[in-house]
Design a protein around this ligand. Sequence first.
Ligand code: MG
Length: 340
Amino acid sequence: MVNLKISTRQLKLKHQWKISRGSSSEKEYNFIELESDGTVGFGEAAHNIRYDESLESIGQFIESAVPLLKSANPMEFYNLGIEIANLSPGQQAAKAAIDIALIDWNAKKLGIPYYRMLGLNANETPITSYSIGIDTVEIMQQKIEEAKDFPILKIKLGSENDEEIMRAVRQITNKTVRVDANEGWTDKREALEKIEWLATIGVEFIEQPMPANHLDDVAWLREKSPLPLVADEDVKTAKDIPVLARAYDGINIKIMKSGGLQEAWRMIQLARSLNLKIMLGCMVESALGITAAAHLSPLVDWADLDGNLLISNDPFRGVVVQKGKIILPNATGIGIQPIE
Ligand code: MG
């Protein structure tokens, strides 16, 4: 017998968060507690309006999964995950919350951390980048100052003043910098000019330069681009990956897009078979979602798991970052603790 408790929580952001398509100063998400046989698994749904998700639509999806979960054996999380993914299309963050809770519950039952279920070495976690949202040049410089402990920065571009922003970044730091245009460049020739210039000031790669579904443009761009191109908004689940291999050098996997950890695992295997680089990213999420994803991080080339660091009232404690290095918690399950 499985019992599911659904609640919502407000997460306050340290700074207003701005990317090329909008801004926010707080987030309200659905959280779940999946209880069975005295063990509780936790899940979070960090929904994204970009993917037609809202607090309400996520709540509705989770409610729709309750009858299936109540009658299921939670130990059979593989088939259960596929049944939940097939309940109705979209609402990936809701599917992720249920999947995270199922995995947390199972690893706790086995008495091991999730990374052990996957056969991974916790010492092989990568360095995560720290994202700097779009802001005035002065505030972006101040945020970079605050991020002094992080050796890698991810700069959000795709606004009017990309060049001004990058000049200001390079004025105060020579750290490794990655750029995320968040679909902000709409003309391929203009995008190429920007990328060629960014290559001259030491940028490592470019994420989602053009709007999603412009694969012909991205393939054209990739042929000429001096920097690797990484898909984000163009990829959600494994089925999106094969067609991307002709246009991109890598993909950004996020458990809130994939619908959870199990699908993220499948995506990693498929991407590797196509010689794609892999980045593990996130939404603005509490330590619950970030810690869950961090267990997969020994498998990837690049990590961008900083979503919880943007929150001032995180309701959970889990993964720790030391000079950018991801430190997995030494606990069973996902390894998160609610903060009372
Ligand atoms: Mg991105």
